[in-house]
Design a protein around this ligand. Structure first.
Ligand code: 5GP
Length: 122
């Protein structure tokens, strides 16, 4: 899938659409999800143009990979969810219901998050 530079997170990264920023550095921007699924629901997006996880790990420079991983850790610390616990999610493609085609990590926390997935249908 080719990267679409008009996706909503690309517009947020360019400052064309506002966001509630939590953390930013050279590699990533973290901001609150507009439709939170938990008391803490933050999105961390790399600054480079990657569609999903496999695009990112295949195409990004090692420095970007490390920088993005560290930015997620710094966002977790900033959000204050490390002690209570948190969940990281990255949706990719149709089966995972990915809405925005710019790679991102969801950080969810602030309550008991329940089971990882609904029980599978037989
Ligand atoms: P996905 O399904 O792609 O993993 O998740 C995309 C997330 O982006 C959703 O949780 C959705 O609520 C969030 N989102 C969509 N548009 C916007 C927006 O304009 N601003 C913010 N802050 N979040 C958005």
């Amino acid at each position: 899938m080719a990267y679409d530079s008009n996706n909503i997170f690309a517009k947020i990264l360019r400052g064309e659409i506002p966001c509630k920023k939590v953390y930013e550095d050279d590699f990533a921007l973290a901001f609150h999800d507009i439709n939170p699924q938990a008391p803490t629901h933050i999105l961390v997006v790399p600054k480079g143009p990657y569609v999903n996880y496999d695009d990112f790990v295949t195409s990004a420079e090692t420095e970007e990979l490390a920088g993005f991983a560290r930015a997620i850790g710094k966002t977790i610390a900033e959000a204050g969810v490390a002690q209570g616990g948190y969940r990281l999610i990255s949706n990719s493609g149709v089966d995972a219901h990915q809405e925005v085609p710019h790679y991102h990590i969801h950080i969810l926390g602030g309550r008991d998050l329940g089971a990882m997935l609904e029980k599978a249908e037989a």
